[in-house]
Design a protein around this ligand. Structure first.
Ligand code: ZN
Length: 478
């Protein structure tokens, strides 16, 4: 069999298996919670016992702490894995000795299209929140669970295989090592018509490509969706999607309203991560259900202690139940999440993130009036998106000062500084309300904002030298 044919068959098999898995998951989420728990425990047993025998890293850990007994595996007794340990011990953590961190990074760096490493592995790189790259490898089973989760969320948004075929536009990371690119490449085997566009494409080209393709389903970062909403209002973009899904960045209620106005559909907010945790809003749009049948999620405070539902945590510990080649057990993810203690009106038993407040690295620490420090979450700046003249913004901290860069919409006449004054006053009032001592805010107009290598917009850039603040008692706001 030629390499190409093998590659094509593999994508077909991945898509077919992922569809079956997604359908099973959709059925299971309507069942009782106990059924989900027993399914999770069964997968956890398999993945932990596999890691204990096949991963030199975990083999050593179990040698030191005592071997696994026949008793059920207890997640909380396993060590927490942070990203620096994951990268530092990559070569001994993985279960296939042919996988070597430096060789993989080098291979990925030279990728120009969709390829499988050694003809079998999907290799994904994240730029990482503080510039540290993350390297993730999936075998067929693990990758199918990632694709199943992508399908799972799109099924909720109304995207089911149909005739004529749906036209799916996937606007995401520009690099072939990005999870959205590889997801789109896997799924472009005929179920839907798929167009993958890099979020970094110049706006005029994005608009032209979308006008030509006329997607029925659009998957996009919220900040890029806001640009598209303006283009739609201006009449240059002419889309009538049946489904709009935003993923990967904070979306404020005001952004949701503006997107609904522009496209005539209520957007679904989706959470996706290269680590394997995915989730989606259901038809009630009251928080993001986490797909716990694929990943276990623990919400913990700064000391690693479990945080009860209803209270914000300072990070998540994510256990991927399907990745057997690179066991990801209790991996630290810096998302600040509050889990909802109440059941969702939809009746699904999957836990809901009432709010995802951003990443802990994006929380600003500012001097307080009472002499301490105040934690300011990215969502506290969502008032900027309430201003109809703000297309997008970015807050850059420099010690106690905050520089706010704003892209106005439509372009504001030079010499008119009412926008700057208005935003300066609004943010200053907000910070005073939070107890910040003498807020120093400047507002500066830009024609565009820098994006990450993955094409995402970072709303807040914290000053790494600022004195930290304990995050547990942080409030969400807005
Ligand atoms: Zn629900």
């Amino acid at each position: 069999m030629t390499g190409n044919l093998r590659y094509h068959r593999r994508r077909l098999a991945d898509t077919a298996a992922a569809l079956r898995l997604a359908r099973t998951q959709v059925r299971r989420e309507q069942g009782p919670r106990a059924q989900l728990a027993s399914h999770q425990q069964q997968l956890l047993e398999t993945v932990v016992r596999h890691a204990a025998s096949q991963s030199p890293f975990y083999r050593r850990w179990f040698d030191q702490t005592g071997p696994l007994s026949a008793e059920p595996v207890q997640l909380r007794r396993l060590p927490v894995l942070d990203k620096s340990v994951l990268m530092e011990h990559f070569d001994e953590l993985v279960c296939d000795p042919r996988l070597r961190r430096d060789q993989l990074l080098d291979w990925v760096g030279r990728l120009t299209g969709d390829r499988l490493y050694l003809g079998r592995y999907r290799v994904l790189v994240t730029s990482g929140s503080s510039g540290r790259p993350g390297l993730f490898v999936y075998d067929a089973t693990g990758w199918r669970s990632v694709i199943a989760q992508q399908l799972h969320s799109s099924i909720w948004a109304g995207l089911a295989p149909s005739l004529p075929r749906q036209r799916v536009a996937w606007i995401g990371g520009p690099s072939p090592s990005h999870v959205t690119r590889q997801g789109a490449a896997t799924l472009s085997v005929g179920v839907h018509r798929v167009l993958a566009l890099p979020a970094t494409l110049p706006l005029a080209e994005l608009v032209e490509a979308l006008n030509r393709f006329q997607p029925t389903y659009v998957n996009v970062y919220p900040s890029v969706a806001m640009w598209l909403a303006d283009e739609q209002h201006a009449g240059r973009l002419r889309l009538s999607p049946r489904m709009l899904v935003t993923v990967g960045e904070l979306r404020t209620p005001d952004m949701t309203r503006r997107l609904t106005d522009a496209f005539g559909v209520r957007p679904f907010d989706v959470y996706g991560s290269t680590e394997g945790l995915f989730g989606s809003e259901c038809e009630h749009h009251q928080g993001i259900h986490l797909f716990e049948d694929t990943t276990l999620v623990e919400n913990v405070d700064a000391d690693g202690q479990p945080v009860p539902a209803g209270q914000p945590g300072s990070r998540l510990l994510v256990t991927n139940l399907h990745n057997r080649v690179q066991p990801l057990l209790r991996l630290e993810v810096t998302d600040l999440v509050t889990l909802d203690p109440d059941p969702c009106p939809c009746g699904r038993t999957l836990v809901r993130a009432a709010a995802i407040h951003g990443r802990s690295d994006d929380v600003l620490s500012l001097p307080a009036r009472d002499g301490g420090r105040v934690a300011v979450h990215p969502l506290h700046f969502s008032l900027l998106t309430r201003d109809p003249q703000v297309r997008e913004f970015q807050v850059v901290q420099d010690g106690p000062a905050l520089h706010i860069r704003v892209v106005p919409s439509p372009p504001v006449t030079t010499g008119d500084d009412r926008l700057e004054t208005r935003l300066d006053q609004a943010v200053t009032r907000q910070l005073q309300g939070l107890g910040v001592h003498d807020p120093q805010v400047t507002v500066e107009r830009r024609s565009e904002l820098p994006r990450s290598a993955g094409g995402k917009l970072k709303l807040v850039i914290a000053d790494p030298t600022a004195q930290p603040v304990p995050l547990v008692q942080g409030t969400a706001g807005n």
